[in-house]
Design a protein around this ligand. Structure first.
Ligand code: LMR
Length: 328
């Protein structure tokens, strides 16, 4: 098929209507929920630039940031319906399609950023990327954001018991609900685009996110306390509608893939850099009281999370849990 299409393109002198259509650029609509300035936002723009450059404009990318086109829930449906061709949700948001993606939420499982990256780029992470093919979705890459931390408006969170009775926003159910339950707290799933008002009007007391999301979403305007916990992660899976992907002529598709690999490198560099910068900015602002978990605090949290490990070991799969635990 790819040969056939490429052949049509080169024989373009005698232009029938069908061929004219093939001369029009292929358009990839890429929708995401964060600001353009974030690692994901910047990587998406880099991807656009590279795709258009490498394909000489034969493939165009339209990037829609900040839930402009679709929010959390809709973007996945829109992808399956081919109303957008690419999205890059946080892995957690795929829980309904494959619960194993919740490995990113599993509290305190990755040793550090590098361990998470090695897990994603290793056999288990790569297998996860192709696990949604029967749903018409293909994973092209993992784009990291980073470790997430707790914020709230009520009190400093230093020990598990400090969470009792508070309510937190989650990105999705499953592991995240279980995590808060284990801490004696409530939780509610709220789309990313609606988190700020939910914190402002007290629908929830707190949330968990990367420094960069906390910073770029201005949560510190409506939160009083930040606990540097790094208890879980927010990382992205770049997804493409599979039939759309397969329909791109092979010569162009390999260029798009190259662009994706380069954008992935940028996402990785920026995630590290921008989270550090955002943490500095948050500190400098003086708007939130910051507490960094000590090793002893951390051990208490790990202990409190035992019910979560027990319940989810089988749902996520032991092989995946072990690969995450052992990643260096
Ligand atoms: C969130 O919902 O908190 C994050 O997944 C948003 C994002 O895409 O970084």
């Amino acid at each position: 098929l790819a040969f056939g299409l490429a052949g049509c393109g080169s024989g373009g002198e005698k232009s029938s209507q069908g061929e004219q259509k093939k001369d029009e650029p292929i358009v990839i609509k890429f929708s995401h929920v964060v600001k353009e300035t974030t690692p994901k936002g910047q990587a998406a723009l880099k991807f656009k630039e590279l795709v258009e450059q490498k394909t000489g404009g034969k493939v165009k990318v339209e990037v829609y940031p900040s839930s402009q086109l679709y929010g959390d829930k809709e973007e996945l449906e829109a992808l399956v319906a081919n109303n957008v061709q690419m999205i890059a949700p946080s892995a957690t948001k795929l829980v309904g399609l494959n619960p194993a993606y919740q490995i990113v939420d599993m509290p305190f499982i990755f040793k550090n950023d590098q361990a998470a990256l090695n897990f994603y780029n290793g056999p288990v992470g790569q297998k996860l990327l192709t696990s949604l093919e029967d749903k018409g979705i293909l994973g092209l890459a993992w784009w990291p954001n980073g470790a997430k931390h707790f914020t709230n408006s009520k009190r400093p969170l230093k020990r598990p018991e400090d969470f009792k009775g508070l309510k937190f926003r989650t990105q999705s159910g499953g592991v995240l609900d279980a995590q808060f339950k284990a801490l004696g707290a409530g939780s509610q799933t709220i789309p990313f685009g609606e988190v700020y008002p939910a914190l402002q009007n007290g629908t929830v007391d707190g949330q968990e996110n990367t420094f960069n999301n906390i910073d770029t979403q201005k949560y510190i305007e409506v939160q009083k306390y930040l606990t540097v916990s790094g208890h879980g992660r927010i990382d992205y899976v770049v997804l493409v509608n599979k039939s759309f992907w397969d329909s791109i002529p092979e010569d162009l598709r390999s260029k798009v893939k190259e662009a994706m690999d380069e954008a992935t490198k940028l996402a990785t560099e920026l995630s590290d850099k921008q989270n550090k910068e955002s943490f500095e900015k948050i500190k400098q602002s003086g708007k939130v009281e910051i507490y960094e978990l000590t090793e002893a605090d951390r051990a208490e949290f790990v202990k409190a999370m035992e019910p979560v490990y027990r319940e989810y070991e089988s749902k996520i799969g032991k092989e995946i849990m072990d690969a995450a635990r052992n990643a260096q």
